[in-house]
Design a protein around this ligand. Structure first.
Ligand SMILES: Nc1nc2c(c(=O)[nH]1)N[C@H]1C(S)=C(S)[C@@H](COP(=O)(O)OP(=O)(O)OC[C@H]3O[C@@H](n4cnc5c(=O)[nH]c(N)nc54)[C@H](O)[C@@H]3O)O[C@H]1N2
Ligand SMILES: Nc1nc2c(c(=O)[nH]1)N[C@H]1C(S)=C(S)[C@@H](COP(=O)(O)OP(=O)(O)OC[C@H]3O[C@@H](n4cnc5c(=O)[nH]c(N)nc54)[C@H](O)[C@@H]3O)O[C@H]1N2
Ligand SMILES: [Mo]
Length: 759
């Protein structure tokens, strides 16, 4: 096999429009082992991104020794990315948590499950029975557990404790995807399909470095680009990413100006007659308002606001306006940037204006990032209601209460669910007193880390951390619960194109580590949560029973899993809920009784009432939502003259608890860096490889300079490295609609600290 560190994408297998993507099986086994040494292959899918690449785990002598892609799966047709080829080694790491830890003064000491759970339950009881009750609890979970775990946690939170203070790190990740899908189409749920890559004649990548972050999806795109009748490609990204280098048109926009750009593109599409008038008339609402808004964005003004060439904006509009089958993907360059939801909705608008939805090759992927983020959202572990139900719809609450056999008054629907940034704020103010953090490492991944550390160290805050390693966050915990992870537990998860995979247990977890589902079930049992008739609130015991319970909850909703069983998932390929594509009949999920939201003002986030919603006469049409561009909350000034943006490298995953324990990946990207344009560097006396202090109003990190073709005035720091964390610098600010933090736009200054060879 090719060196997949040097070439992350491997060999090309070109194909033409309408053909099936050829398979190619990627495999990696521990040194010295061959396939004949493998005792068994255990089916699962990737846990290090949202692509859902199907693979088998190689087991030898009770240990994971490698992975192999599954050639018949619809998602990856056998391919794996570098993180998946090497990342499994973290499972076997000697420093896995193997026993519960409890706080003894300044130290965390090894303990046992009874002691640790008893501490959690005793504190929970005290708080639940005391003043403030449910308001004292905060649950902050993940996009990396399994569907069964989330559904169980969701029921604990909403019907057991009865608190609205539950969210996932999905708030940092794909809250905007959910918000934009709800706003435009009525509910969450990805309209498009990965097979749209096989049919499209144009691909637009909006703030998505897919080459490095959904590496196998990029292989599919590249294979089309190398075959007959390749699709045209547009990239919108301030950096010269591999995507930008491949694209026919690259718009290196000033960070934070996405909405101005897409408004300008929409205006061109309207003015040059590329709108499908009959589709718009029959299937959408809001066209006249949209035209009124985008009319203020002629190409020259957009070129000015975004700091790109007017001719390139025109070329981009032509590429989009003349395509017959357009596929868009949208990710963090939009979701974590200024006016996130409005900008993501603007991409939806583009597809609606051109009727680019619901047929092969014409689709929009409001991408996910984490492997199981879709499930966090579907099951309501992000604070939404399970089954993509509507918080403001009384009938939906009653429906849930019936399914759970509880009093509807228990379900906390009298206020909107508390978003993650607000949960942290409540902890900071002292109203939340128990914060249960599962499968996320906020001491590296949240903005303004000095503040997060202050909150985590509050003496009045009881912190529970459920993880597989003693992370930067776990060090602040009162109780650390050691979890089993992927390969050591069974469950399902759903990728960014709604493909569900079953991940089977391959090996035992280390020491006393327990599956997350078992931890949540144990808590529910010890808390003795009951239903209306005195029966156990959560009667299920196994992952499959949890899945079946979830199916009853999701039945009749957009994410209806009733046709899916564990047995069917043991077949050759993952299975999509909702079928290949949603909205093939251009009838959308906006019916007032069915939709997930009555809508929000895109500029302010203010929620609309049911009366306001009814007045729009949805009639199962999609909404064209338009908003004006406004500059980001933090823009450069004299003291902080540069714009910092943050993101990822192909070799590392998030806070590196897994990829930082795989030698090949560590060697490929050992430490953080700052990317600078050569002119910005020389202006500040910085040379390639110099140690540089990057400073924002909140902190400083010292990292090596990398001079690249990044746009002038913008610098980039990857956020993976806890020791030099980009989030020491980032600002506490979020999109008003999705509440997703603005990780991509921070004002900073740079200064040389030491030349390349020293320091
Ligand atoms: N290798 C790897 N793959 C991953 C992950 C990982 O950690 N490592 N994480 C997974 C997860 S959870 C996620 S969410 C996805 C994220 O996947 P991506 O969204 O592709 O990753 P990012 O690097 O965060 O951001 C994408 C791009 O946004 C650009 N950008 C910054 N500011 C702006 C702006 O204002 N406008 C525009 N248009 N672009 C801007 C950045 O230059 C960057 O190249 O990746 C998933 N896959
Ligand atoms: N500046 C900046 N900050 C960002 C971003 C950015 O682009 N720029 N991106 C944001 C995004 S999109 C994301 S998704 C977040 C990611 O941020 P985090 O969620 O904090 O990152 P991870 O390192 O994935 O943390 C997951 C944790 O779960 C643990 N874990 C893994 N598997 C299991 C399991 O099976 N069970 C349990 N209990 N624990 C497990 C891991 O050891 C790890 O500690 O970061 C966000 N922060
Ligand atoms: Mo993410």
């Amino acid at each position: 096999m090719a060196d997949r560190i040097a070439d992350p994408w491997g060999e090309r297998t070109p194909y033409a429009p309408g053909e099936e993507w050829p398979s190619r099986v990627d495999l990696h086994l521990a040194d010295g082992l061959s396939e004949s040494d493998v005792d068994r292959w255990v089916p699962t899918a990737s846990i290090l991104h949202s692509n859902g690449d199907a693979m088998d785990i190689a087991v030898h002598n009770g240990r994971i020794v490698g992975v192999r892609g599954r050639p018949d799966d619809r998602v990856n047709r056998g391919r794996l990315d570098p993180k998946d080829l090497y990342g499994w080694q973290a499972n076997n790491s000697a420093d896995r948590l193997t026993r519960p830890l409890v706080r003894d003064g300044d130290r965390l000491v090894e303990s046992d499950w009874d002691t640790a759970m008893d501490r959690v339950v005793t504190r929970s009881r005290e708080l639940l029975d005391g003043p403030g009750g449910w308001g004292r609890f905060g649950f902050y979970t993940s996009g990396q557990l399994f569907l069964e775990d989330y559904y169980t946690l969701g029921v604990i939170g909403k019907a057991g404790i009865g608190t609205p203070h539950m969210d996932g790190n999905t708030r940092l990740c794909t809250a905007t995807s959910a918000a934009a899908l709800k706003a435009t189409f009525g509910t969450d749920g990805q309209p498009g399909s990965y097979t749209d890559v096989d049919h499209c004649d144009a691909i637009a990548l909006w703030g998505h470095n897919v080459a490095e972050t959904q590496t196998v999806l990029w292989m599919r795109m590249l294979d089309r680009r190398h075959g007959a009748d390749p699709p045209a490609m547009l990239a919108v990204d301030p950096r010269p990413t591999p995507v930008a280098r491949e694209a026919d048109v690259h718009l290196a926009v000033r960070p934070g100006t996405n909405l101005a750009l897409v408004n300008g593109l929409l205006r061109e599409i309207v003015h040059r007659g590329w709108v499908d008038g009959s589709f718009v008339a029959a299937h959408t609402r809001g066209f006249d308002d949209l035209c009124a808004v985008v009319d203020a964005y002629p190409v020259d003004r957009v070129a000015d606001l975004c700091d790109v060439k007017a001719a390139d904006v025109t070329r981009a509009a032509e590429l989009l306006g003349t395509s017959q089958r357009l596929l868009s993907t949208v990710l963090q360059g939009f979701y974590q940037s200024n006016q996130a939801t409005a900008a993501a909705c603007a991409v939806n608008n583009l597809h609606l204006l051109r009727a680019m939805i619901g047929r092969p090759g014409a689709g929009v992927l409001q991408m996910n990032g984490q492997p199981t983020a879709q499930n966090t959202r579907e099951t309501g572990a992000d604070g939404d209601l399970p089954g993509l139900r509507n918080w403001s719809n009384r009938a939906h609450i009653e429906d849930l209460a019936r399914i759970w056999n509880v009093d509807p008054l228990v379900i906390p629907d009298w206020a909107p669910p508390t978003h993650a940034m607000q949960i942290w704020r409540y902890a900071e103010q002292g109203s939340i007193r128990l914060l249960w953090i599962s499968a996320t490492n906020p001491a590296v991944s949240l903005p303004d880390l000095a503040r997060i550390r202050r909150i985590l160290s509050r003496p009045d805050l009881f912190v529970v951390v459920q993880d597989i390693f003693l992370t930067e966050t776990a060090r602040f915990a009162d109780v650390v619960l050691p979890a089993a992870t992927w390969g050591e537990k069974t469950g399902t998860f759903t990728n960014a194109d709604r493909t569900v995979h079953l991940s089977e247990k391959a090996v035992d977890p280390p020491g006393q580590a327990r599956a997350d589902l078992d931890i949540f079930l144990d808590y529910a049992r010890r808390m003795d949560f009951r239903d209306r008739d005195g029966g156990p609130l959560i009667p299920w015991r196994t992952p499959e029973e949890a899945f079946e319970a979830w199916k009853r909850c999701a039945a009749g909703r957009p994410c209806d899993y009733t046709g899916i069983t564990y047995e069917r998932l043991r077949g050759p390929s993952g299975i999509q809920w909702g079928g290949e594509r949603l909205y093939t009949d251009a009838r959308f999920n906006t019916d007032p009784d069915f939709c997930e939201t009555y809508g929000q003002d895109l500029a302010t986030g203010a929620e609309h009432s049911v009366e306001e919603y009814l007045a729009t006469r949805p009639e199962r049409r999609a909404f064209l939502h338009a908003a004006d561009y406004h500059p980001s909350p933090e823009v450069p000034d004299d003291e902080y003259p540069l714009m910092l943006t943050t993101g990822r490298t192909v070799y590392q995953f998030h806070t590196r608890t897994k990829t930082g324990r795989a030698p090949e990946l560590v060697a490929a990207a050992p430490d953080a860096w700052v990317e600078l344009h050569p002119s910005d560097a020389s202006e500040h006396g910085i040379g390639d490889g110099d140690l540089v202090a990057v400073t924002s109003p909140r902190g400083t990190v010292r990292v090596r300079a990398r001079l690249t073709g990044i746009r002038r005035g913008t610098v980039f720091v990857p956020f993976h490295y806890g020791r030099h964390a980009a989030n020491e610098l980032t600002v506490t600010a979020w999109d008003p609609v999705s509440k997703q933090p603005i990780f991509k736009v921070t004002a900073v200054s740079v200064a040389a600290v030491a030349p390349a060879k020293e320091g």
